[in-house]
Design a binder for this molecule. Structure first.
Ligand code: UT7
Length: 334
C-alpha cells in the first residue's frame, strides 16, 4: 500500500472585509456580542459583481497549491471538491474546476459534508493514492455562503458567524520514509440532520411549492440550533481526535499543530484546554475569516504552512464537526 502526503497548499479569500459593526446595520447585533461568543472580528464576503463563486475561488486556491507543490496542472490525476455552496445544483464544482484548469478529462468527485467536507475529501483522495490508482489528487474546500444568509434578526445567530473563501491541497504519493497521512476517521449521525441545515432548494420541493415559499428563510436560508451544535461539537471533536491519537500511538504532546475546523473560537479553546495544548500547538484564524465551513481547514492549513507556523516534518492533526452531523479527523506528517 502507498502512502499519501500533502505536497502543496493554497488558499483564496475574497477581498471585501465585513466587520462586526457593519453587520449591525442589518440586524440587532454588536461587536462585543460577536467577539465574546465567537471570537470573530471580521469575515470576508463576496460582493455582488465580484464574479466570484465557490468554484472560481476553489480554482484560485488550486492554482496556488499547484505552484506550491512544484507540479504542472497536467500532473493532476483527479479532483475532489468539497462544498455545500456549489455553483450549480448539478453538476458539481469538481468538473467546473477540471475545465478551468484545462485538465483534459480527469475524473472529478464532489463531496458535500459541510464543515467536515475537507477531511472527508482528504479521506477519499488518500484512499485513491493508497491503492495506487492515482499519484496526485487536487483536494479543494470552498464556500460562497454570504448570498443565502438571512440578515434579519431571526437569522442573526447564523449570519454573523459565516464567511466565504477557499483552500486547496495537492495530495501526492509520499516519498519513501515519509509518514504522510497516518489516519483518517470519518463519522456521521443523520438523526440530527435538521439541526444544522438548509432545506431548499431541493428535489423534494415541487415547483409550485418553491414558487409559493421562495424567500421563506425557514427553507431557503441556513438554520442552526446553535447551542445544541455547540454541545455536540465539543464532545465529537474530542472523541475523534482521541481516536486518531490512539490509532497512531501519539499523545497531545506529539502534535505540533492542531488545525480545528474554524467553527467558533470558544470551541477551539475548549478543545485546546481539554487536550492541554499550548497556544503554539493550535492554529486559529476565525478571528479574521469567520466560519468558512468546508473551506476553513484548508485555508487555515495553507496559511499555517505559508506563514511558517507548520514546517515540513511536523505532526499535524485536523479535526472537524458540522452539519449532518458529520465529524472527522486526520493525523498526518506534513
Ligand atoms: O461550523 C459548523 C458547526 N457550527 C458550530 O459549531 C456553531 C456552534 N454554535 C455556536 O457557535 C453558538 O451557539 C452561536 C455563536 C451560534 C451562538 O452563541 P450562543 O452563546 O450559543 O448564543 P445563544 O444562541 O444561546 O443566544 C444567546 C442570546 C439570545 O438572546 P436571549 O434569548 O438570551 O435574550 C440570542 O437571541 O444571544 C442572542 N443572539 C444574539 N445577540 C446579538 C443570538 N445571536 C445574536 C447576535 N447578536 N448575532
Amino acid at each position: 500500500m502507498h502512502r499519501a502526503h500533502i505536497k502543496g497548499l493554497g488558499h483564496f479569500l475574497p477581498p471585501t472585509e465585513i466587520s462586526n459593526d457593519h453587520l449591525s446595520q442589518y440586524m440587532d447585533t454588536n461587536d462585543a456580542w460577536i467577539q465574546e461568543r465567537t471570537g470573530i472580528q471580521t469575515r470576508r464576503w463576496v460582493e455582488k459583481g465580484d464574479g466570484l463563486s465557490s468554484a472560481s475561488m476553489g480554482y484560485e486556491g488550486a492554482k496556488m497549491a499547484i505552484d506550491h507543490a512544484g507540479i504542472e496542472a497536467a500532473e493532476i490525476d483527479h479532483i475532489v471538491f468539497a462544498t455545500i455552496s456549489p455553483d450549480y445544483y448539478f453538476p458539481g464544482n469538481g468538473v467546473l474546476v477540471q475545465e478551468m484548469l484545462g485538465l483534459d478529462t480527469v475524473g472529478a468527485t464532489d463531496v458535500r459534508n459541510a464543515c467536515s467536507g475537507f477531511v472527508y475529501a482528504l479521506g477519499v483522495a488518500n484512499a485513491f493514492i493508497q491503492t495506487g490508482m492515482y499519484q496526485n489528487v487536487l483536494v479543494i474546500g470552498a464556500e460562497l455562503q454570504s448570498p443565502v444568509l438571512d440578515l434579519s434578526n431571526e437569522g442573526r445567530n447564523v449570519s454573523v458567524i459565516f464567511g466565504d473563501g477557499a483552500g486547496a491541497a495537492i495530495l501526492s504519493r509520499a516519498p519513501e520514509g515519509h509518514a504522510g497521512v497516518q489516519t483518517v476517521h470519518l463519522h456521521s449521525q443523520g438523526k440530527h440532520a435538521k439541526e444544522l441545515s438548509m432545506q431548499g432548494p431541493s428535489a423534494i420541493h415541487w415547483l409550485d411549492e418553491i414558487e409559493a415559499t421562495h424567500g421563506d428563510p425557514a427553507i431557503f436560508a441556513p438554520y442552526m440550533n446553535g447551542n445544541f451544535i455547540f454541545k455536540n461539537a465539543v464532545i465529537r471533536f474530542m472523541e475523534v481526535i482521541q481516536e486518531a491519537l490512539i490509532a497512531t500511538g501519539k499523545t497531545p504532546k506529539d502534535i505540533d499543530c492542531l488545525v480545528p475546523h474554524q467553527a467558533n473560537l470558544r470551541i477551539a479553546q475548549y478543545i485546546q484546554g481539554k487536550m492541554g495544548l499550548e497556544d503554539r500547538q493550535v492554529y486559529n484564524n476565525i478571528q479574521r475569516y469567520g466560519n468558512t465551513t468546508g473551506a476553513s481547514i484548508p485555508i487555515a492549513l495553507s496559511e499555517a504552512v505559508h506563514s511558517g507556523a507548520i514546517k515540513r516534518g511536523d505532526t499535524v492533526c485536523l479535526a472537524a464537526f458540522g452539519a449532518g452531523f458529520t465529524w472527522a479527523s486526520s493525523i498526518l506528517e506534513y
